[in-house]
Design a protein around this ligand. Structure first.
Ligand code: ATP
Ligand code: MG
Length: 413
C-alpha cells in the first residue's frame, strides 16, 4: 500500500477528552476514530490489526474443531426470560429497543441464551454431539464507565465460543483443550508471558471460572499472583480460593491486570433452565453440558497498544502489525530504487507500507514510529550508489545496512 493512497492521518495530539493511553496512541497514529466514549471506529490501519488478531484466534479455534458462524445482534426477549436474564436488575448493561409493532428486543451483549435456544432446533441425539461453535461479534453493553479507551467499549468485538456435550467428562476434556488453545493465542499475540490463567468467580458447575488476565497497568482488575508456581486468583474470589484451594495469600503479590479472556463451565444449569435436551444411547432424555468461552478481541488490541509502546508511539508485534515494513525513499534515485523494491517485496508477499509522499524524511520516520510498523527500510540516493538500504528495527531502534537480497531474505524463506 502506498501512503499516498491510504486513508489515514497522524495527529500531534489526541482529543483533549481522551484519557486512556491506548486510545490516545491509536487515535494519534490513525488507527481509530472516537465517535463517543466507549464507541470507536476502526480506520484502515486499525481494521488490519483487528483482522489479524481475529485470524490468529480463528486458526486456533478451528484447530480444536470449532465451527465459525455469525448470530444476530437483535435478540428475543422471551429467550432471555427463560433464565431471568432479561431483567435489568440481573443484567445491568442491556441496550433494549422496540420494533415498530412495539415488540421489545435486546441488542446482543452475549449470545449464551440465544445459542442454547438455537440448538433446540439442531440437537436431537448423542450422535449430534459434541459441537463447538464460535463467532466474532460486535457486542453491545451499556457500560457505566468507559474510560479505558478500546479496552472497555460500549460496543466492542468479542470472540465467543460455545461447546455442547453429552457428558460432564466430555465437556471437561474440551474445556482443558480450550485453555491450551487460548495459551497459543496469547503467545502468538505476543502477550503469552504476561497472561495468567486465573481463578475467578462465575462458574456454575465448577466453583470457579477461568479468566485470562494480562498484566497491564491500565487494566481494571487486580489478581493475586505467584509467578513461579503459576498461580493466579482474581481478588474478587481470593478468600474463597484460599479456602477451596489451600492457597497462602501471603505468598502472592497483587498485580494490576486486564481480563482479555474468560471461560465458563456451565454444566447443565442453562440447558436445564432452557430445556435443551438430547436422547442418550440408552434412549433417555438428558440435559446437555455446555461451556462458554470469550476473548475480547478489541480489548486485547488495546492491551497490546498499552504494553507495547514507547515515547515515539506504538510497537506492534509482527504477528498483528498492520504492515511489516515501512518503506521510505529519500531523493530522486532513492525513489526509483524504492519503487522497484516495493514491487519486489510486494510480489514476494511482504506487506509493505510505502511512504511515497512528498514529505521530509523526518516526518516519514516519525509516522513510521508512531504507527509502530516493525521494520523501516530507508532508500537514499547515497545508499542506492552503494547498493545498500537502511534497515531499522522499531522495537530496538537498531539500524543495519542491507542489500536488496538480504532485505528479501529477512522476510521470505
Ligand atoms: P469485565 O469484567 O471486564 O466487565 P466481563 O467479565 O463482563 O468483563 P465477559 O462477559 O466474560 O466480560 O466477556 C468476555 C471477554 O470480552 C472479556 O474477557 C473481555 O476480554 C471482553 N470484554 C468484556 N467487556 C468488554 C468491554 N466492555 N469492552 C471490551 N472488551 C470487553
Ligand atoms: Mg468475564
Amino acid at each position: 500500500m502506498r501512503v499516498s493512497k491510504l486513508f489515514t492521518k497522524t495527529l500531534r495530539d489526541a482529543p483533549a477528552d481522551e484519557v486512556s493511553k491506548n486510545a490516545q496512541l491509536l487515535i494519534r497514529a490513525g488507527f481509530v476514530y472516537k465517535e463517543m466514549a466507549g464507541a470507536y471506529a476502526y480506520l484502515p490501519l486499525g481494521i488490519r490489526v483487528v483482522e489479524k488478531i481475529k485470524q490468529v484466534v480463528r486458526e486456533e479455534m478451528n484447530a480444536i474443531d470449532s465451527n465459525e458462524l455469525i448470530m444476530t445482534s437483535l435478540q428475543r426477549k422471551d429467550v432471555w426470560e427463560q433464565t431471568g436474564r432479561w431483567d435489568d436488575k440481573v443484567v445491568d448493561i442491556w441496550f433494549k429497543t422496540k420494533l415498530q409493532d412495539e415488540t421489545e428486543v435486546g441488542l446482543g451483549w452475549s449470545h449464551e441464551e440465544p445459542i442454547v435456544e438455537m440448538m433446540k432446533q439442531y440437537v436431537r441425539s448423542y450422535k449430534d454431539l459434541p459441537i463447538s461453535l464460535y463467532q466474532f461479534q460486535t457486542k453491545m453493553r451499556n457500560e457505566l464507565r468507559a474510560k479505558s479507551g478500546i479496552m472497555r467499549g460500549r460496543e466492542f468485538v468479542m470472540k465467543d465460543m460455545y461447546s455442547f456435550h453429552a457428558s460432564a467428562e466430555d465437556l471437561e476434556r474440551y474445556y482443558n483443550k480450550t485453555i491450551e488453545a487460548y495459551k497459543r493465542v496469547y503467545d502468538r499475540l505476543g502477550i503469552g508471558e504476561d497472561t495468567y490463567v486465573t481463578f475467578a468467580s462465575g462458574g456454575a458447575f465448577t466453583k470457579f471460572s477461568h479468566e485470562f488476565q494480562t498484566v497491564c497497568d491500565a487494566g481494571e482488575d487486580v489478581i493475586y499472583l505467584h509467578r513461579e508456581k503459576n498461580i493466579a486468583v482474581n481478588e474478587e474470589v481470593i478468600d474463597d480460593a484460599v479456602k477451596e484451594l489451600g492457597i497462602d495469600k501471603n505468598e502472592l503479590e497483587q498485580v494490576k491486570t486486564a481480563e482479555t479472556g474468560n471461560i465458563f463451565n456451565f454444566g447443565t444449569q442453562k440447558t436445564d433452565e432452557m430445556g435443551l435436551h438430547f436422547t442418550g444411547e440408552d434412549g433417555k432424555q438428558q440435559s446437555l453440558y455446555i461451556g462458554s468461552y470469550g476473548i475480547g478481541i478489541t480489548r486485547a488490541m488495546g492491551v497490546i497498544a498499552e504494553k507495547m509502546s514507547d515515547d515515539k508511539g506504538l510497537v506492534w508485534p509482527e504477528s498483528i502489525a498492520p504492515y511489516m515494513v515501512y518503506l521510505v525513499s529519500i531523493g530522486e534515485n532513492g525513489q526509483k530504487a524504492a519503487d522497484s523494491l516495493y514491487d519486489e517485496l510486494s510480489a514476494a508477499g511482504v506487506e509493505v507500507l510505502y511512504d511515497d509522499r512528498d514529505e521530509r524524511p523526518g516526518t516519514k520516520f516519525a509516522d513510521a514510529e508512531l504507527m509502530g510498523i516493525p521494520y523501516r527500510l530507508t532508500v537514499s540516493d547515497r545508499g542506492v550508489e552503494a547498493g545498500k538500504f537502511e534497515f531499522t528495527t522499531r522495537k530496538t531502534g537498531q539500524t543495519e545496512e542491507l542489500s536488496a537480497t538480504e532485505v528479501k531474505n529477512r522476510f521470505t524463506v
